[in-house]
Design a binder for this molecule. Structure first.
Ligand code: PXP
Length: 245
């Protein structure tokens, strides 16, 4: 199972000060060096974390595949056609949400998406749709011409984190059924959202034969901040000492 590393929240930290650090481009290079199979980033309409320049630099410098998450808008389509990431993942987007809540309603958007995807596919960009593990959303994804679906694992992650083990297990069954259907329809299957060191192993155990790739962001950035904290403090003290010499 491959790992796509989502570097959005490195940019969230930078945007808290509108400064130059920490750089999501640097984080993408480190993720690549560490063995990540893909860099995932979400260019949001409100540019709350990743900026257009980050995307362009990442596309220029990164050798592993790039997965651009975006809302299905004209602006984003034009950016995708210009930058040409390896994959576009369409996600629903609402300005007031904290993170991507729920999957794309492909059933409701069916005729719009059929048309929207044409140019992207013609540009040889793989199209994945971020959907809930529901039969009708998977079937509609095939109908509109997607190459893949990314199954939303947020519900599973929340249940697991709340120690609702039985319900989490049921949600894994739902994810497995959805994966099976997607595969039968000839769609590639990815998954992500809310995965952590704690809840990922159970999911991998159940879905390893169905899901090719996981996309993980917030938890990796969170761990990076804490694991690097001691070193960052010690190095700062060293720099103060330099000034005292
Ligand atoms: N996959 C998709 C489509 C997403 O929108 C996100 C969040 O940006 C993720 C995966 C990663 O979720 P998390 O940050 O919770 O790991």
């Amino acid at each position: 199972m491959r790992l796509g590393v989502n570097i959005d929240h490195v940019a969230t930290l930078r945007q808290a000060r509108r400064t130059f650090e920490p750089s999501p481009v640097f984080a993408a290079l480190i993720a690549q060096q560490a063995g990540a199979h893909q860099i995932t980033l979400h260019l949001r309409e409100d540019r709350r974390h990743i900026q257009d320049e980050d995307l362009r630099l990442i596309k220029k410098l990164i050798k592993i595949p790039i997965n651009l998450e975006m809302a299905p808008t004209e602006e984003m389509k034009n950016i995708a056609l210009e930058v040409k990431p390896n994959r576009v993942t369409l996600v629903p987007e609402r300005r007031e949400e904290i993170t991507t809540e729920g999957g794309l309603d492909v059933v409701r958007l069916e005729s719009f998406l059929k048309d929207y995807l044409k140019e992207i596919k013609l540009a040889n960009i793989e199209v994945s749709l971020f959907v809930e593990p529901e039969e009708e959303q998977i079937a509609a994804s095939k109908t509109v011409g997607a190459d893949a679906v990314e199954l939303h694992t947020g519900r599973y992650a929340n249940l697991w984190n709340e120690h609702k083990k039985e319900q989490a297990r049921e949600e894994l069954e739902r994810l497995k059924k959805a994966s099976l259907l997607a595969k039968e329809l000839g769609l590639r299957v990815y998954a992500g959202h809310g995965l952590t060191y704690h809840n990922v192993a159970d999911l991998v155990r159940e879905l390893k034969d169905y899901v090719e790739e996981l996309n993980v962001g917030h938890s990796i950035v969170s761990n990076a901040v804490l694991f690097g904290f001691e070193r960052a403090v010690k190095e700062f003290i060293e720099r103060i000492k330099e000034g005292l010499l």
